[in-house]
Design a binder for this molecule. Structure first.
Ligand code: AP5
Ligand code: MG
Length: 223
């Protein structure tokens, strides 16, 4: 049976992380987010984290070779043997091409979550992230039950440094220049699905599961 490799594409704030967490749980697959991996490295003050910090804080992409080494090491772990949900990778054509070489005969499915730039700016401004467990909420769309506290673990909710308005503008510019071309890349490979990311998170999840191939037998969902 082929591993199920699902790539979530979309602008910063399109809802990749929100949907990846749900999809990974529903399909019993690990959620692999390069942004989360870099943030974990930053927290642990590793050499990789220190190298990535300047790029992330200014809204630029981390150089491909740093991303690829980290990602390939992550997906080589045994929990990825049946597949995984990718969130935030690939983000450049060289990353996509290197990943295709690594996958060989395994055919990924790429789902583009389409959201307008104006919505992105509003979502970033209100996003809250838990310092302790990484859970993502939103001041208006997923408000915490207790102000400033994570609904999942009661940890402190903070704004991500790269959600400051001037950094969001730069992330969007970088997205259109370097990442948006991947939509055409996966379309040409016949691997692209698209969905409207401006609906409620539940409606987006419903659309996501309907564009994906049915879950392969033999994988036990982590529900
Ligand atoms: P990364 O962490 O991947 O950030 P990103 O792509 O900019 O995406 P976000 O995490 O900001 O948004 P998201 O799509 O996950 O949306 P979310 O679900 O949180 O990368 C950060 C940085 O790391 C990059 O800038 C780069 O420097 C570096 N990096 C990472 N990967 C790299 C790579 N491959 N190559 C090079 N550099 C790399 O949702 C956003 C908000 O909206 C939340 O508050 C959420 O609650 C809310 N929301 C979600 N869905 C909905 C909905 N349907 N309706 C209303 N609100 C919603
Ligand atoms: Mg994310």
């Amino acid at each position: 049976m082929q591993p199920s490799v699902i790539i979530l594409l979309g602008a910063p704030g399109a809802g990749k992380g929100t949907q990846a967490v749900r999809l990974a749980a529903a399909r019993g697959l690990p959620h692999v987010s390069t942004g989360d991996l870099f943030r974990e490295n930053l927290k642990q003050e590793t050499a990789l984290g220190k190298q990535a910090k300047g790029y992330m804080d200014s809204g630029k992409l981390v150089p491909d070779e740093l991303v690829l080494d980290m990602l390939f090491a992550r997906v080589a772990r045994p929990d990825c043997a049946h597949g995984y949900v990718l969130d935030g990778f690939p983000r450049t054509l060289p990353q996509a091409e290197a990943f295709a070489r690594r996958l060989g005969r395994i055919a990924p499915v790429a789902v583009n979550i389409v959201v307008r730039d104006a919505t992105i700016v509003e979502r970033a401004a209100g996003r809250l992230t838990c310092k302790a467990c990484g859970n993502v909420q939103h001041l208006r769309h997923a408000p915490p039950r207790v102000a400033g506290k994570c609904d999942r673990c009661a940890g402190e909710l903070v704004q991500r440094a790269d959600d400051a308005p001037h950094v969001v503008t730069e992330r969007l510019r970088v997205y259109h220049e370097q990442t948006a071309p991947l939509v055409g890349y996966y379309a040409r490979a016949g691997a692209l699905r698209e969905l409207d990311g401006e609906q409620s998170p539940d409606a987006v999840f419903h659309a996501l599961t309907s564009v994906l191939p049915p879950q392969e037998a033999g994988i036990t969902p982590r529900l």
